[in-house]
Design a protein. Sequence first.
Length: 525
Amino acid sequence: MSGALAAQPEARPALVRALTAAPAPTAPAAPDTADDLPGALADALDADGVAVHRPQLGTLVAAVPADAAARHEARAAVDAVDDEAVRLRSAVKAHDGFFTTFFISTYSRYIARWCARRGLTPNQVTTASLLTALIAAGCAATGERGGYVAAGVLLLVSFVLDCTDGQLARYALKYSTMGAWLDATFDRAKEYAFYAGLALGAARDGDNVWTLALAAMILMTCRHVVDFAFNESNAEAAGATAKTSLALSSRLDGVGWTVWARRMIILPIGERWAMIAVLTAATSPRIVFWALIFGCAFAACYTTAGRLLRSVKRRGPRTDRAARALADLVDSGPLASAAARVLRRLPVPAPVAALLGAALMLAVAATAPVGSWATVGAAGGYVLLAGLAVARPLKGALDWFVPPLFRAAEYGTVLLLAARSDVPQAVPAAFGLVAAVAYHHYDTVYRIRGGTGAPPAWLVRITGGHEGRTLLVTVLAALLVDRGDDFTSALTALAGALALVVLVESIRFWVSSGAPAVHDEGETA
């Protein structure tokens, strides 16, 4: 305990008060007062705003027997626990989505046990899940009804395996940094590949849905960035503030069905993949993408509204760590950094600057003639506003809005310029470009959540930052959109170069760094 508290300076005053207030152990503690010191310490830490974890024991037994009879009773309780049943239950996450809990985990835990008894590793199951999803994408790309049905079935099989790998790791206690990174990375690869497969299949039937596919991917990714940014900005929230912000959720939890309703409303990966699989088998790619867009939009509005209300009510200041995490999530390049040094004296709130920059960039990209230098000029203004947004530490109540606003601006600009260019294959090339950049942003999140910080500065510089990439794409459109396929080739080359750089660095980092195994196992309700 002392080592853990030594790493948290804010916990030391509470520790001193709790220890000095505790009675001296002059006699053996009675059973009802044996927990006085830990309880006093926990209460003091709570009062000082230090988060205290109180794990639930579940079916496990813990006791401090005071006499022989109590010891006998405790041993009997321990012997009565079915270890195998506990292992199987513990293999399943406690707070999963409705579909995963009731339609997958009821049997996938037994698949995990079967794999464990045959020496299979979680990484092998993760790889099998990826291969199954890629085959499903290939079936969807055929554009035939039989292919769509097979794609839907295989996508569900892939999701079962995706649940099984984590359950196998928990059941067999085979955790690894590489496994966590593979699981998180492959989830993104599987979903993006399936979107591409659906778009290719629709194209075979004469229906171009690449714009919808890219819009769905952008909306889902921006929604995840909202989740990540809000959680990181509140990772070290004061205990009292956290309790106040969760008061409504606690009241709703008293009505059992609301727990599952809220978990389903946000369309987590289980519900999302089930919806995609069923609609793929029964309808058309266009309907699949429209359902995704409406579903993700509603989920984003629901979660963002709740977090906005929590942020407005919050009183405690954010820590330097939270501000640093938000700045890393922004992904500012050399241009924004230079603008920040020049504009740091202007008293403009960061969310306002980010909102103005995103609105300016998207409005001009949506209305100005494609290839117009007015779009390049708007990108120049976007660079200045991007620098203004990060000119001071991001410690404001709503500063967690800054990363998702810039994600929407960058991805949306690529989508608008490609979709409005009337250049053949420009949107598929833009799909690849956004996928490469989104991987870089997800990788940044995984590193921050693992406690290792953002990617190295050289990687951010060489990839240009969000403002540098946005400016580059507008320049490419101005120079090449009138030359047809040259614009597509430029987007494809840019996507390939970015993918190569970020993947090589990401693989090097996760293989060699020994970073903690942290990834997005679920989307919070």
